[in-house]
Design a protein around this ligand. Structure first.
Ligand code: FES
Ligand code: FES
Length: 156
């Protein structure tokens, strides 16, 4: 099929797409957007999280055919050109990244949390990020980054 969808605000097309291949595969291998990571490919780790029509989803579990005519935002699309999104900036400043495999998914999940809840409590942060696994950081720096982004958002 020819897949037409909007990705990061841009109307894009990809040819010869098998409707059953994953959105994650389409993004990484057909559209040149490698930000979303493939760690488990079975909905367990959250490293592939993107927005689909404004709702965070595991892109490894979404079939390409389901995306036809819909709108996707990836971690690349959160930045404004060279200007990082405040959540991205907070992850950099707090050193919340080691291997970086989990980071794109965590950033999208955090972005979504802060859209819904400006000043989340620690339990709310932990619950919101429960589907995003990190094997490197021990999560403390990630929590620091989320708190920093939340504080900045509340102050802005
Ligand atoms: S790669 Fe999609 S949830 Fe792990
Ligand atoms: S930084 Fe390596 S999995 Fe999170």
């Amino acid at each position: 099929m020819r897949l037409r969808c909007k990705v990061n605000g841009e109307a894009l097309e990809a040819d010869d797409v098998w409707p059953g291949e994953s959105l994650l595969y389409v993004l990484r291998e057909r559209l040149g957007l490698p930000g979303s990571k493939n760690a488990c490919e079975q909905g367990e780790c959250g490293s592939c999280t993107v927005y689909l029509d404004g709702v965070p989803v595991c892109s490894c579990l979404v079939a390409a055919g389901q995306v036809e005519g819909h709108e996707v935002t990836t971690v690349e699309g959160l930045a404004d050109g060279d200007r990082l999104d405040p959540v991205q900036q907070a992850f950099v400043e707090k050193g919340a990244v080691q291997c970086g495999f989990c980071t794109p998914g965590l950033i999208v999940a955090t972005h979504d949390l802060l859209e819904r809840r400006c000043q989340p409590s620690d339990p709310e942060i932990r619950e919101a990020l429960a589907g995003n696994l990190c094997r490197c950081t021990g999560y403390e720096k990630i929590l620091d980054a989320v708190r920093l982004a939340a504080d900045r958002k509340a102050a802005s």
